[in-house]
Design a protein. Structure first.
Length: 278
């Protein structure tokens, strides 16, 4: 009897394992299906209308300009940045006017996602900087994520990424540099910030000053360099073939690679603020 019971239990466990594997496989296929369909459509369009195979490679890192009525020629990255800012303002106004008042203590649907974003950035900042300072800088980190993420993801539509312009990434680096000094002076005082350059001895002050001034340049070059590297890799692949592989890698560099770079930029910005306060 005991052997029969044991064998039945083992059979049930085996059936459960098979069901769980099937469920995981179905869940994976559901997630992968839109991605694969998009790859197929993108690959077909590139095969028909895209560049043909070639032994030569041409790469231009000039983001170009766009002519606006009444304004004239404007840098493409400036135009995209302005559109993203305008879009964010419109979305925030709509949420504030039409959705915020209807929020409840038991979140549903959209409110769940909004609270997930808020709590994620709030926890990330407060764990590193404490409750008071962390909640001041969390909105800035979230704004960086949205701005850089949307500016890079436009590559999915065949447009040049906003961060392919060194001026854009440098401007973002300078914004973080200003935030570092603002938060430090606000919570520690100007005297603390000035004295931090003299520790452990006055002789290291020039080195520390240069190190701080290198922060925006470092952030800018890291982000710009990774975007440029992705462009070069894609041009190399297109020079070999336009079938199957380019669509897959193009989606990788436009989505997953972008997410990694956004995370690195945001995390480094948070780390630099923490170092200045310590």
């Amino acid at each position: 009897m005991e052997q029969n019971t044991t064998s039945q239990a083992a059979q049930k466990q085996g059936v459960k394992k098979k069901k769980s594997i099937k469920q995981k496989l179905l869940a994976f296929l559901k997630l992968a299906a839109p991605y694969l369909i998009l790859c197929a459509i993108y690959g077909t369009l590139m095969l028909i209308f895209g560049p043909k195979e070639s032994n030569s490679m041409e790469l231009s890192i000039d983001v170009g300009t766009i002519t606006l009525p009444g304004i004239g020629a404007v840098s493409w990255s400036v135009f995209v940045g302005g559109v993203i800012l305008l879009l964010c303002i419109v979305v925030l106004l709509c949420l504030n006017l039409f959705y915020y008042r209807g929020m409840t203590e038991n979140p549903k649907k959209l409110q769940n996602y909004l609270q997930l974003f808020v709590t994620t950035y709030d926890k990330m900042a407060t764990d590193r900087l404490g409750k008071t300072i962390g909640r001041e800088i969390a909105p800035y980190l979230f704004a960086l994520t949205v701005y850089i993420g949307l500016g890079c993801c436009i590559e999915l539509f065949g447009l040049t990424a906003m961060t392919a312009d060194i001026n854009t990434t440098l401007a973002l680096g300078i914004c973080t540099f200003i935030m570092i000094n603002y938060i430090t002076i606000r919570h520690r005082g100007l005297k603390y910030r000035a004295q931090s350059y003299l520790k452990p001895m006055a002789a290291v002050a020039p080195v520390k000053l240069l190190s701080d001034l290198a922060v925006p340049v470092s952030l800018a070059c890291r982000l710009y360099g990774n975007v440029l590297a992705g462009m070069i890799v894609m041009e190399l692949i297109y020079s070999v073939t336009t079938i199957l592989i380019p669509p897959l890698l193009s989606l990788y560099f436009s989505v997953f690679h972008t997410a990694i770079q956004v995370y690195i930029f945001v995390y480094l910005s948070l780390s630099y603020v923490g170092e200045a306060l310590d």
